[in-house]
Design a protein around this ligand. Structure first.
Ligand code: ATP
Ligand code: TZE
Ligand code: MG
Length: 276
């Protein structure tokens, strides 16, 4: 089978160049832990971040943004209205938006709201394996707070089911990252086992996916963003002795990411394709 031209290192590199040329404004309704690293990652990779969540201004801000992230990491009742309103506005204006269902499965409050948001028309849902399994209602999701206890391989069927049910492209991260629209599955390698030891690097990835969704359709955007981020993460990991300096090295690697880095440190493979 010849490679699908949408899901190659070359396509990911083209998407990176298009994203940098556009310098999209990415609105982040994200958690307190992830705000600074998400903004720094977006700036380093070539996008323009803004952390804006007040109910009073989300209608206006979604209108001027090129993409939106809704991340439920530090969820509280005062944030919920802004998230609901932003999602509705993004759908009405056909702006791409990414749901990061942080900690889905940990509590009923969080799971119920993640399920509600998954039904509110996200373009892409990006989470770790336990979060995606829990959001899909699959058995064996596990999870420890916001950390995954399941492998991304174990979450693949749940990810496909969630994509079909929600209409969103679903990205499951872990040792191997998977992106699916419910029929096709693309596997991406890269990254480092140090990445889950540095907080909010998944959240910052969701923000990066949103930046790419400003210039590419959801499936291509998710694959390209994850490949670029995974390559930069792997390159960064060669320069550190532990997780402490990883976020800084990740930003430096994203800043200089190019075709050579992506080809050297990431792979993209269509693992399951129906009707092609
Ligand atoms: N074992 C691993 N080997 C290589 N890369 C990994 C590994 N685990 C995670 N990653 C990478 O780390 C990044 C974040 O994914 P992860 O699944 O840790 O997100 P997360 O659990 O949502 O993180 P957080 O909630 O802290 O933001 C992704 O780019 C992913 O590919
Ligand atoms: C540690 C943590 N707690 C709530 S959100 C967050 C960031 C990683 O998801
Ligand atoms: Mg997460």
């Amino acid at each position: 089978m010849s490679p699908n031209p949408s899901f190659t290192i070359e396509a990911a590199t083209d998407a990176l160049h298009a994203m940098r040329a556009a310098r999209p404004l990415v609105q982040n309704i994200t958690n307190y832990v992830a705000m600074t690293i998400s903004a720094n990652v977006l700036l380093a990779v070539g996008a323009s971040p803004a952390m804006v969540h007040a109910t009073e201004e989300v209608d206006d801000f979604v209108a001027i943004s090129n993409a939106l992230v809704i991340n439920i990491g530090t969820l509280s009742p005062t944030w919920i209205e802004g998230m609901q309103r932003a999602a509705k506005r993004a759908v009405a204006l056909a702006k791409p938006w990414v749901l990061d269902p942080v900690g889905c499965g940990a509590t009923k409050f969080r799971t119920d709201f993640a399920v509600e948001m998954s039904r509110a028309g996200p373009s892409i849902i990006r989470g770790n394996a336990s979060e995606i399994m829990s959001l899909a209602g699959a058995a064996g999701a596990g999870g420890k707070g916001v950390d995954s206890t399941a492998s991304s391989d174990a979450a693949m069927e749940a990810g496909k089911a969630l994509a079909r049910a929600s209409g969103a492209v679903v990205a499951i991260t872990g040792e191997t990252d998977y992106v699916t629209d419910g029929t096709t599955v693309v596997a991406i390698t890269g990254g480092s086992p140090l990445m889950p030891l540095s907080t909010a690097l998944g959240c910052a990835l969701s923000a990066t996916v949103a930046a790419f969704a400003a210039v590419r359709p959801p499936f291509e955007a998710a694959v390209a963003a994850i490949a670029v981020y995974g390559a930069a993460g792997a390159a960064a990991a060669t320069r550190v002795t532990g997780p402490g300096h990883l976020p800084a090295e990740l930003c430096d690697a994203l800043y200089v990411a190019d075709a050579d880095m992506i080809a050297r440190y990431a792979t993209i493979r269509v693992v399951d394709e129906v009707n092609v």
